[in-house]
Design a protein around this ligand. Structure first.
Ligand code: ADE
Ligand code: ZN
Length: 339
């Protein structure tokens, strides 16, 4: 193990950008297909992995939504979530704020309660058995209508006290944040935090809309903000956390090579960037691999990596006392690590 790998392995961190459906490993996909009698268009785990070549976000989403079809029962959502938490615990993740896409399931006639009860039970088990605290973020699919998002928000109402917030994901270009202005306002009125994917493939104008019209508390991806100096200045001033996903960006051709990834520039500009895995089963790396590969490509050292880990706690929806504890743990770890 290299020194950077060893440093990252024990570095306490939070993961703030993780789609539970994107943590469905091919092995579990096959097991659930068998358990539920669902046909999948692949003969083997290797065949599934070989199909994971994407030219853009939409290429990926087509396969990602097809894969989710094996998720049918509450136990499936429980197994999916607990498998992710175990994998995260192995990466020294102490806190997660995870996304789920209820419409992907309710549109297949899976009841909302089946989905969320399975996830919530696993999150509770993760806290008990693995010591990982968590928040759950309900994402609206932006390729669907705002009316459909409203219907989902209404269905979720009995669970509002167990949700950290709402998010916005799926096909970005052509579906600007402004399309969801009213439903985000309603979510905010109900005390839910607001996050949105913006500036992954979409232009800086979409990031402005997420800030001005959706009133986001956190920006998911945000890469293309760097095309607009005034926008960067605003994100720095407003101390906006960006949940950056380097290996996702590489797999979806948002960057052509990790050496050209903007993460280093983001830190130099004073942006509060964090490192996350997005859809690790599809992009070939959980959070530590994102830290390590990006550090190698960009020449990041322990100080930068500790900054990224601290940003992940500062940008979380934990309360101030918990943030203070985690930040002290990162400092203690970094101080005690000889590199
Ligand atoms: N859904 C899952 N992963 C996503 C991503 N990277 N961008 C938009 N929607 C997603
Ligand atoms: Zn994402």
């Amino acid at each position: 193990m290299s020194e950077i790998e060893a440093f990252v392995a024990g570095l306490p961190k939070a993961e703030l950008h993780l789609h539970l459906e994107g943590s469905l490993e091919p092995e579990l996909m096959f097991a659930l297909a068998r358990r539920n009698g669902v046909d999948i268009p692949f003969g083997s785990v290797d065949e599934v992995r070989a199909a994971y070549e994407f030219a853009n976000l939409q290429d990926f989403l087509d396969i990602y939504y097809a894969g989710a079809d094996v998720l049918r029962e509450e136990q499936d959502f429980y197994d999916l979530t607990l498998a992710y938490l175990k994998r995260a615990a192995a990466d020294a993740v102490r806190h997660v704020e995870v996304f789920f896409d209820p419409q992907t399931h309710t549109d297949r006639s899976i009841p909302f309660a089946t989905v969320i009860n399975g996830i919530l039970a696993a999150l509770a088990e993760g806290e008990r058995e693995l010591g990982i605290t968590s928040g759950l973020i309900l994402c609206f699919l932006r390729h669907l209508s705002e009316d459909a998002a409203f219907a989902t928000l209404q269905t979720a109402e009995p669970y509002f006290d167990r949700l950290a917030g709402v998010g916005l994901d799926s096909s970005e270009v052509g579906h600007p944040p402004s399309k969801f202005r009213r439903v985000f306002a309603a979510a905010g009125q109900n005390g839910l935090r607001r996050v949105a994917h913006a500036g992954e493939e979409g232009p800086p104008a979409y990031v402005y809309e997420a800030l001005d019209l959706l009133h986001i508390d956190r920006l998911d991806h945000g890469n293309r903000s760097l095309e607009d100096d005034a926008l960067v200045g605003r994100l720095v001033r407003e101390e906006m956390t960006l949940t950056v996903c380097p290996l996702s960006n590489l797999k979806l051709c948002v960057v052509d090579d990790l050496v050209n990834h903007p993460l280093r520039r983001m830190l130099e500009l004073g942006l509060r960037a964090t490192v996350n895995s997005d859809d690790p089963a599809y992009f070939g790396g959980y959070v530590n691999e994102n830290y390590v590969k990006t550090a190698r490509a960009l020449g990041l050292g322990p100080t930068d990596l500790a900054t990224l880990a601290k940003n992940s706690f500062t940008g979380s929806f934990l309360d101030d006392a918990a943030k203070t504890r985690h930040l002290a743990a990162v400092d203690a770890y970094a101080d005690g690590f000889e590199i």
